[in-house]
Design a protein around this ligand. Sequence first.
Ligand SMILES: Cc1ncc(COP(=O)(O)O)c(C=O)c1O
Length: 299
Amino acid sequence: MKEKSTLQERMFNELSDPTLFQSAERYGLTYLSEVRERHVYPKEEDLQNLSCFAEPMPEQTGKAQDIIDQLHSVGAPATVAQIGGRYFGFVNGSVIPAGLAAKNLSIFWDQNTAMQVISPVCSKLEVVVQQWLSDLFGFPAGVVAGFVSGTSMANFCGLAAARYRLLKKQGWDISEQGMIGAPQLRIVTSKHAHSTIVKAISLLGFGKANIEWVDTDDQGRIIPESMPVLDSRTILILQAGNVNSGSFDPFYDVCGQAKKAGDWIHVDVAFGLWEGATQRLNHLTKGFEEADSWAVDGH
Ligand SMILES: Cc1ncc(COP(=O)(O)O)c(C=O)c1O
């Protein structure tokens, strides 16, 4: 008991001493000032130095300042410089100054954003941003947003909603009755669907072997004439923004037919939806408002 109160006291002391947080901020600012000049990928020596983290689980709590110092001296050089402006690897984000500063502030708030009652401010901001995005992208009235970790999880959620709704229409409540014995649904998607779509399909129990693949052109766009006949048991998955070519599936040609058949249309628009917000490029997303779910990233 005594040991616990000593530890608690130490934690409270550290929390009320600004030095620790100031040093973390100073290190962060040093990183920012150097990131545009440094190598995008860590040097071999920096990768080797990571071995110093591989120590046995400490029996005593370490000093907070030592942990921050070590993260700065050994951890920072082994980061991938995503925000330096010369990173062209995966479709990872850069930073917006207000966003980075707000993130810094919010780590002190340490909120749980699950419900309004646990964090009124986070709920309010989500509701406001949901409306902004809906207006910006031209979504139909009544569209609601869920804020998740990224498009991988958004694809998973959109396809879970599709599974629920199409089975419900067949008189099968998946939440109650589960997958065993459920009516068979069809999954139709492009041969160039993103790997996270395939992962979501396998996690949701549809089975990758059951995917009906649609042929694409040399830019990875679905060829409308290659579409199978659709019906009300079908989840059609389209893409706006092919990760290799940037191309968009021809929503306009495909969505009308799918809607008539009673499909659920899900669109993976990880980065492509933002084109819908500009007059110069919004012809690319024409017809996508016919969809039932969209998965989009903030980056
Ligand atoms: C088309 C497409 N779908 C899904 C994803 C996965 O997004 P996230 O990394 O946000 O989970 C990406 C990532 O770049 C993507 O380009």
